[in-house]
Design a protein around this ligand. Structure first.
Ligand SMILES: [Zn+2]
Length: 113
């Protein structure tokens, strides 16, 4: 996925810019025809909902050490553990659960993705 800043985009003001859809991934690209450059690309996957993965670190989980996972950037392992513990929330669900004091955040690791 490409990233573009305001300054980079400003360079293309007045150029012929168009949206093109490519391939099986249905990637949509914002392209500058004058510069023959992809300014930004989007995939349907980017629209996925944000999830809150809550892991209770005081639970005895064999083979799981969240500090190791965090250090090695093994976020999938953290997500798997949260799924095992049954504590994966939507953003709204997390807010509600917190406000209703349904969840105890003491000794918890939170991953938002
Ligand atoms: Zn351009």
């Amino acid at each position: 996925m490409s990233a573009i800043t305001y300054k980079e985009l400003d360079y293309h003001v007045g150029h012929k810019v168009e949206l093109v859809k490519y391939g099986k991934e249905k990637e949509i690209c914002l392209e500058c025809e004058d510069c023959n450059e992809v300014l930004k690309s989007y995939t349907p996957e980017q629209d996925k909902e944000t999830r809150v993965y809550l892991t209770n670190c005081s639970q005895d989980s064999k083979g799981f050490n969240f500090r190791d996972c965090e250090y090695k950037a093994e976020y999938d392992k953290i997500k798997d553990e949260a799924e095992k513990q049954g504590t994966v929330y939507s953003l709204e669900g997390f807010q509600e659960a917190c406000n209703n004091e349904e969840i105890d955040l003491t000794n918890s690791f939170i991953l938002i993705d």
